[in-house]
Design a protein around this ligand. Structure first.
Ligand code: ACO
Length: 356
């Protein structure tokens, strides 16, 4: 008997209602709607209320995906959860999702490949189902970036309009030091449910994935880890070692070359031409990256989907969030061939292929 396939059964998303537009950021740092829109394509992003961790969004997206799949949470036999912003240093979000869904114990795995997390997750789900280790798998991508942002409680109050401001010049300057980061990210979650089915050509077809530590320093958090003793300290906070370091131009250059390369390699490996692809779901870090990747691949607008305007970069949540909305827009009907591609910290990058 042929190995079963991981067939897509349903998707769901969770985005917080609080939307902050670009102009509002000018209350707390030196920026403008024009700069953000022109350089990144971002218009707005969503933020959770303080104290809402990634698991909360992940559970909501999981429930929506299960409802879409017509599956009871109790039918799941494996959870894979991608996040770079877990609620706690440990445990990860996998077991928090299991508990939130109110289901009996089951294997619950956290993976942390940052922006490429969901693409890696698709390969993990494929392997679990093909090997017969699992039959009904939930894959969640969830991130809460607002908690990572180096803004004081007062800055948050001014940003959210709870305090009329203005901030003093010193605080404005301190926040502006991170303006290249803070304006790019948002909070959100997306989930997909997969079922083991006899091979009929549908399901996850495969993935091409890479990790390369040589580029680790272009996107990383220098502090808060076992390489420091203690893993976090007042000095680290004062030095901003707890804030991500991002060499934006370097990341940009790698993304515009490696996402198209991985997509081409993936399609070739599975014997498809670019003309046979119905939809390419790209990580949403910067609209300019995706425009360049689309051009490099020669894909028409109808075969890509963007939602960075509304959400910014939601890291692990981006691929399922974008796929869900593309599907709602009729771009990924049953039987369509969909590729996912992403690049992020690690460096991790790659692409995954699915017949819906
Ligand atoms: N508002 C106004 N000005 C700004 C802002 C801002 N928010 N941010 C930076 N600037 C200024 C800089 O200070 C600089 O000013 P200077 O010329 O006086 O020094 C100027 O704008 C140009 O800055 P650059 O960093 O060179 O701008 P660039 O065109 O490269 O755009 C950006 C920056 C948007 C970050 C871009 O490089 C990018 O998107 N890179 C990729 C990011 C990415 O993909 N991250 C990975 C995902 S995250 C993950 O895996 C966790």
């Amino acid at each position: 008997m042929n190995a079963p396939r991981a067939v897509f059964a349903g998707s769901g998303i969770a985005v917080p209602p609080l939307a902050i537009d670009n102009a509002t950021f000018a209350r707390v740092l030196d920026t403008s709607d024009e700069w953000i829109r022109e350089r990144s394509g971002i218009v707005s992003r969503r933020f959770v209320e303080p104290g809402v961790g990634s698991s909360v969004l992940g559970i909501e997206a999981a429930r929506a995906a299960l409802a879409d799949a017509g599956m009871e949470a109790g039918e799941l036999d494996y959870i894979v959860c991608a996040t770079m912003t877990p609620d706690h240093y440990f445990p990860g979000v996998g077991t928090l999702v299991q508990e939130g869904l109110g289901i009996p114990p089951l294997p619950a795995l956290d993976i942390r490949q940052q922006c490429a997390g969901f693409a890696y997750g698709l390969q993990v789900v494929d392997a679990l189902i093909r090997s017969g280790l699992a039959r009904n798998v939930l894959l969640v991508g969830t991130d809460v970036h607002s908690a990572l942002m180096p803004l004081s409680p007062r800055s948050w109050d001014v940003l959210l309009g709870h305090d009329p401001g203005p901030l003093d010049a010193e605080e404005l300057a301190a926040n502006s030091r991170f303006r290249h980061l803070v304006v790019l990210f948002g909070d959100g979650a997306g989930a997909m449910v997969f079922r083991a089915e006899e091979d009929s050509g549908r399901g996850i077809l495969g993935a091409v994935l890479y990790g390369e530590g040589a580029h680790k320093e272009i996107l990383h958090v220098p502090g808060v880890g076992s390489a420091r003793r203690p893993f976090v300290s007042i000095e680290q906070i004062a030095n901003a070692d707890v804030v991500p370091v991002m060499h934006g131009r370097h990341v940009f250059r790698l993304a515009v070359t490696r996402m198209p390369e991985a997509t081409r390699e993936l399609l070739a490996r599975h014997g498809y031409g670019l003309d046979e692809l119905d939809l390419l779901v790209m990580h949403q870090a910067n609209l300019r990256i995706n425009e360049a990747a689309q051009k490099a691949l020669g894909l028409p607008d109808s075969k890509v989907h963007h939602n960075i305007y509304e959400y910014g970069n939601t890291t692990s949540a981006t691929l399922p969030l974008c796929f869900h909305e593309a599907r709602a827009a009729g771009k990924a009907p049953p039987g369509s061939l969909v590729a996912f591609t992403a690049l992020g910290a690690g460096l991790h990058w790659g692409a995954a292929l699915m017949r819906v």
